[in-house]
Design a protein around this ligand. Structure first.
Ligand code: CAA
Length: 370
């Protein structure tokens, strides 16, 4: 039912304006409201905090269907669910849940997750953003880059260094509200893909963050980020899966309509074999994504399975969207047929929430310590 609801919404509501939103870099404001009404902004959050109370498998099904049509809308959902709502529900105080989670889960507010910096994207412990303990509040200074929902968000989870000497143990996560004095939203990035999403640089100049807005015990920020990102990687793996599946479905349909040399191109083995590879690899990716979601739902450790799902699904998305463009030939190179956008959107899934190389670090460390 949840998959069908997401599919129907994607086909009826996301599809009509998706080319224009991509071209003009328009954030889908009214569509985010509709997704909120469907419960997609807080899918896994307990209903007592305003969420839909569903599991990670349901979340993955929604992410795949949205991403088949509009990966930009999907990443707005993913960041709000995985990085912001999950982070607050799992590790926030009751005060923080009542004040922020209840509104983020219903989509009344939008959230952003701020870890990356000009010199700390992959190397996440090298945070330059600092938060100095001033008694009742922390004084926050620094710059964050590549922040999804950066301009549209109301609530920002900001990772900052509080004690340089302590390395990863001297990092904390803070809840920062838009409108706090000294918080500035910088320019919007002009991106290759997911152009309908809103990516900004953020600046913090002597922002006073109340003590009660620190998440967890002092020094918990790095672990908070790592644990939250593990779940985020399941969402991005599902996004990659959806992008690949969307391109495959379009290519399959087109191959049965387009004729060359007197027959539909699907009758040429060169095309049929591409479709066979696409279907096989996308199915394998789906198994990894579902396994990781299942691990999380079962309360098992999902750090490695989410890294594997993201690594493989993003690779398949990139490879198979290129193949879809090839099947469409010249038509694949123009915007009306959607596959060129899916190809551009696929690339980010190999970069954000940890590059493919970071996923390999996570996976290889886990194999080697076994
Ligand atoms: N869960 C809990 N704790 C964890 C953990 C996890 N998954 N991963 C690491 N830790 C703990 C370690 O156990 C260690 O704790 P102790 O010191 O107590 O033993 C501590 O954290 C430090 O760990 P490491 O020594 O492994 O840290 P590292 O510096 O070697 O980094 C890394 C490991 C995996 C490379 C990590 O830096 C990483 O994941 N980097 C990528 C970050 C990332 O994904 N950035 C993307 C930005 S977010 C984004 O894209 C959002 C968006 O808007 C879409």
């Amino acid at each position: 039912m949840i998959r069908d609801a997401a599919r129907e919404f994607a086909q009826n509501e996301l599809l009509p304006g998706v080319i224009e939103r991509d071209e003009k870099q328009h954030f889908p404001d009214s569509l985010v409201k509709k997704m909120a009404n469907l419960g997609f902004m807080g899918i896994m959050v307990n209903p007592k905090y305003g969420g839909s109370g569903m599991d990670t498998i349901s979340y993955v099904l929604v992410m795949e269907e949205l991403s088949k049509v509009d990966a930009s809308a999907a990443v707005i959902v993913s960041v709000n669910n995985s990085l912001v709502c999950y982070g607050l529900e799992a590790f926030g105080s009751e005060y923080q849940k009542q004040k922020y989670l209840t509104k983020l889960a219903t989509g009344e507010l939008i959230g952003a997750f701020c870890l990356s910096e000009p010199e700390a994207g992959s190397d996440a412990t090298s945070q330059k953003t600092s938060a100095i303990d001033k008694g009742d509040y922390y004084l926050l200074n620094g710059t964050k880059n590549w922040i999804t929902n950066g301009g549209r968000a109301d609530v920002y989870l900001v990772i900052a260094q509080t004690d340089k000497e302590k390395g990863s143990h001297g990092i904390n996560a803070f809840i920062v509200e838009k409108g706090m004095k000294g918080f500035h939203v910088g320019p919007k990035e002009n991106k290759l893909g997911i152009r309908g999403s809103d990516t900004h640089t953020l600046q913090f100049n002597d922002v006073k963050v109340p003590k009660e807005n620190r998440i967890g015990d002092d020094g918990f920020g790095f672990k908070f980020a790592m644990k939250t990102l593990s779940g985020g990687r399941i969402g991005i793996a599902a996004q990659a899966l959806g992008i690949a599946q969307g391109a495959y479905e379009l290519a399959l349909k087109y191959s049965k309509e387009r004729k060359t040399f007197g027959t539909e191109i699907s009758n040429h083995q060169a095309i049929a074999f591409k479709l066979a590879d696409m279907h096989t690899e996308i199915s394998a990716a789906r198994h990894l994504v579902m396994k990781s979601a299942w691990d999380k739902d079962q309360g098992k450790n999902y750090d490695t399975s989410s890294a594997m799902a993201k690594l493989y699904a993003s690779k398949v998305a990139m490879k198979q969207t290129v193949e879809a463009v090839q099947i469409f030939g010249g038509n694949g190179f123009v915007k009306d047929y959607h596959v060129e956008r899916l190809m551009r959107d696929a690339k980010i899934t190999q970069i954000y929430e940890g590059t493919s190389e970071i996923q390999k670090i996570v996976i290889s460390r886990s194999i080697l310590k076994e």
